[in-house]
Ligand binder design. Structure first.
Ligand code: SF4
Length: 104
Protein backbone atom coordinates (compact mmCIF):
# COMPACT_ATOMS: atom_id res chain seq x y z
CA UNK A 1 0.00 0.00 0.00
CA UNK A 2 2.74 2.59 0.77
CA UNK A 3 4.05 2.04 -2.77
CA UNK A 4 0.65 3.11 -4.18
CA UNK A 5 0.59 6.31 -2.14
CA UNK A 6 4.13 7.05 -3.13
CA UNK A 7 3.30 6.60 -6.81
CA UNK A 8 0.25 8.83 -6.47
CA UNK A 9 2.26 11.50 -4.70
CA UNK A 10 4.92 11.30 -7.37
CA UNK A 11 2.31 11.69 -10.11
CA UNK A 12 0.77 14.68 -8.33
CA UNK A 13 4.17 16.35 -8.11
CA UNK A 14 4.89 15.64 -11.78
CA UNK A 15 1.55 17.15 -12.77
CA UNK A 16 1.83 20.17 -10.48
CA UNK A 17 5.49 21.03 -11.16
CA UNK A 18 5.04 22.66 -14.60
CA UNK A 19 2.06 24.68 -13.36
CA UNK A 20 3.97 25.82 -10.29
CA UNK A 21 7.01 26.66 -12.39
CA UNK A 22 4.95 28.74 -14.82
CA UNK A 23 3.31 30.60 -11.92
CA UNK A 24 6.71 31.36 -10.39
CA UNK A 25 7.98 32.62 -13.72
CA UNK A 26 4.92 34.81 -14.21
CA UNK A 27 5.35 36.59 -10.88
CA UNK A 28 9.12 36.29 -10.66
CA UNK A 29 11.99 38.15 -12.24
CA UNK A 30 11.90 39.50 -15.76
CA UNK A 31 14.25 38.24 -18.42
CA UNK A 32 14.98 41.81 -19.63
CA UNK A 33 15.08 45.28 -18.08
CA UNK A 34 12.19 47.65 -18.80
CA UNK A 35 14.46 50.49 -19.78
CA UNK A 36 18.14 51.43 -19.82
CA UNK A 37 17.87 55.16 -20.34
CA UNK A 38 18.99 56.51 -16.95
CA UNK A 39 22.14 58.46 -17.83
CA UNK A 40 22.09 60.61 -14.69
CA UNK A 41 25.43 59.16 -13.54
CA UNK A 42 27.25 60.03 -16.78
CA UNK A 43 29.35 63.06 -17.62
CA UNK A 44 28.23 65.43 -20.36
CA UNK A 45 30.91 63.95 -22.64
CA UNK A 46 29.69 60.41 -22.02
CA UNK A 47 26.12 61.46 -22.73
CA UNK A 48 27.27 63.19 -25.91
CA UNK A 49 29.07 60.03 -27.08
CA UNK A 50 25.92 58.04 -26.45
CA UNK A 51 23.93 60.48 -28.53
CA UNK A 52 26.58 60.71 -31.28
CA UNK A 53 26.48 56.92 -31.73
CA UNK A 54 22.65 57.11 -31.78
CA UNK A 55 22.17 54.64 -28.94
CA UNK A 56 18.57 53.53 -28.52
CA UNK A 57 16.93 51.01 -26.17
CA UNK A 58 14.90 49.53 -29.04
CA UNK A 59 16.86 48.62 -32.14
CA UNK A 60 15.51 49.83 -35.48
CA UNK A 61 17.16 46.77 -37.06
CA UNK A 62 15.78 43.54 -35.56
CA UNK A 63 18.81 41.53 -36.71
CA UNK A 64 21.18 43.91 -34.92
CA UNK A 65 20.70 44.08 -31.15
CA UNK A 66 23.17 44.86 -28.38
CA UNK A 67 22.77 41.29 -27.14
CA UNK A 68 24.20 40.16 -30.48
CA UNK A 69 26.98 42.75 -30.53
CA UNK A 70 30.56 41.79 -29.82
CA UNK A 71 30.97 44.86 -27.61
CA UNK A 72 28.03 44.06 -25.31
CA UNK A 73 28.73 43.23 -21.66
CA UNK A 74 25.74 41.23 -20.37
CA UNK A 75 24.63 41.72 -16.77
CA UNK A 76 24.80 38.92 -14.19
CA UNK A 77 21.06 39.41 -13.55
CA UNK A 78 19.17 39.45 -16.90
CA UNK A 79 16.53 41.77 -15.44
CA UNK A 80 19.23 44.47 -15.18
CA UNK A 81 20.86 46.58 -17.91
CA UNK A 82 24.13 45.45 -19.39
CA UNK A 83 27.16 47.48 -20.39
CA UNK A 84 29.17 48.26 -23.48
CA UNK A 85 32.86 48.52 -24.26
CA UNK A 86 32.25 51.68 -26.34
CA UNK A 87 29.34 53.54 -24.73
CA UNK A 88 29.17 54.30 -21.01
CA UNK A 89 25.96 53.81 -19.07
CA UNK A 90 23.19 51.24 -19.01
CA UNK A 91 22.68 49.19 -22.18
CA UNK A 92 19.50 47.31 -23.07
CA UNK A 93 19.94 43.86 -24.67
CA UNK A 94 17.46 44.96 -27.37
CA UNK A 95 19.31 48.25 -27.91
CA UNK A 96 21.44 49.38 -30.80
CA UNK A 97 23.98 52.00 -31.82
CA UNK A 98 25.94 52.72 -34.99
CA UNK A 99 29.03 50.93 -33.61
CA UNK A 100 27.21 47.56 -33.65
CA UNK A 101 29.51 44.71 -34.67
CA UNK A 102 28.47 41.06 -34.90
CA UNK A 103 29.37 38.83 -32.00
CA UNK A 104 32.20 36.43 -32.88
FE1 SF4 B 1 25.04 48.09 -28.21
FE2 SF4 B 1 26.44 49.81 -29.68
FE3 SF4 B 1 27.49 48.87 -27.44
FE4 SF4 B 1 27.20 47.25 -29.50
S1 SF4 B 1 28.54 49.02 -29.43
S2 SF4 B 1 26.66 46.80 -27.37
S3 SF4 B 1 25.31 48.02 -30.44
S4 SF4 B 1 25.64 50.15 -27.61
Amino acid sequence: MPDRVSRRATLQILIAAPVFGAALQACGKKDKPDSCTDVSGLSEGEKAARTALQYTDATPQPDKRCSGCNLYQPPVDPSQCGGCQVIKGPIHPDGYCTSWVAKV
